[in-house]
Design a protein around this ligand. Structure first.
Ligand code: ADP
Ligand code: MG
Length: 337
């Protein structure tokens, strides 16, 4: 009898140990911190990777921040010719290829205009027509000379990787996770979300899409697997003058803030840099060009989007249409593309 009680106690102890270790295996590792001018939060299941991910993100933030005198982008803009490290090399290479495919709506030489409008300092100013014309003339990615490990730009040309830095960071984080013991991860890099692996309960990840009119809330949810989800919206950084809103996403052709009735663009792709570049570019293009662009290439690349317009219409591409759910209280008209 005594032996049996002891046996039962042992069995219970063993069970508790198994449950606890199973739970600790389920319990994710988390981290929250500020980087790339935004708040980031990492959740990793099944292995420890947060500190490596955080240091990678911080390293990339320091390389790409055009306002930081120690960054490689600042050095290129100041010296017009510079040696670059492998990450800057890879990102500039990818970004220039995307500029070429996105008809100039995405252009990494937009920086002179970003500076003039005051988006880096918060000292906002509306350039006059003549100044805008001069700024628009300075924007042209085809003037950037890039060869392995080296970049040269002419006088007047300045680089800005702000529209792809978080997407590239997401891409690098996914590479790190693939080399780690982690089984799943949800990384929120300030609006750019990277999803990795499979959740412990095997259900799909559910990602909320920010409501541009109330960015703390979500207008809908998307069920998805591994990949990167990038949202560009006028709500991230903007100022208002005489009742008009001026946002930080600029049309490279005019050097003026995009203002075409689009409130937000979310792009889903397995390529983080492409997702980030596309969300910015589609925002600038406007709805009709974005839809054309989807039909002529973007669709066959396996990329999907959700576009919200100021008339309350939500355009969702067919690849993700069934995975999208409108949140309670929203009556947007959902249109399948
Ligand atoms: P966020 O960084 O807020 O998520 P985006 O990815 O759309 O938003 O990037 C916007 C940033 O990219 C701007 O702050 C600016 O530095 C730069 N930018 C603005 N317009 C363009 C553009 N048309 N092409 C490339 N970069 C741009
Ligand atoms: Mg972007």
């Amino acid at each position: 009898m005594k032996k049996t009680v002891k046996g039962v106690i042992c069995a219970v102890m063993l069970l508790i140990t198994v449950i606890l270790s199973a739970c600790s295996g389920m319990k994710p590792e988390t981290a929250s911190f500020e980087a790339m001018d935004t708040l980031m939060s990492l959740t990793v299941y099944g292995g420890e990777a947060c500190s490596q991910l955080k240091s990678e993100i911080n390293k990339l933030g320091s390389l790409f921040d055009a306002t930081d005198e120690d960054s490689e982008i600042y050095r290129i803009n100041r010296d017009k010719s510079a040696e670059i490290s492998s990450d800057t090399d890879r990102l500039i290479g990818k970004a220039l290829a995307l500029c070429g495919r996105l008809d100039g709506y995405f252009d990494i030489t937009v920086y002179p205009a970003v500076l003039e409008w005051g988006f880096t300092t918060g000292k906002y100013d509306i350039p006059d027509k003549a100044a805008l014309k001069k700024l628009a003339e300075k924007i042209d990615y085809s003037r950037v000379e890039h060869s392995e490990g080296h970049v040269t730009v002419p006088d007047g040309t300045m680089l800005d990787l702000g529209a792809v830095a978080k997407g590239y960071a997401a891409e690098r984080c996914l590479e790190i996770l693939r080399d780690s013991k982690a089984t799943a991860a949800v990384l929120n890099l300030g609006g750019t979300i990277a999803l990795y692996g499979e959740k412990p309960d095997k259900t799909p990840f559910k990602v909320g899409i920010a409501d541009p009119e109330n960015p703390a809330g979500y207008f809908g949810y998307l069920s998805c697997g591994e990949g990167v989800i990038s949202t560009s919206g006028g709500y991230e950084r903007y100022f208002e003058r005489d009742g008009k809103r001026y946002i930080h996403i600029l049309d490279p052709k005019t050097a003026e803030p995009a203002d075409n009735g689009i409130l937000s663009v979310t792009v889903i792709s397995d390529d983080g840099t492409a997702a980030d570049a596309l969300s910015t570019a589609l925002f600038v293009m406007g709805l009709n060009k974005a839809l054309d662009h989807y039909k002529n290439g973007f669709k066959s690349d396996g990329r999907d989007f959700i576009i919200l317009t100021d008339s309350g219409e939500l355009y969702v591409t067919e690849g993700i249409y069934d995975d999208f759910t409108l949140a309670e209280g929203y009556d947007y008209k959902v249109i399948k593309v």
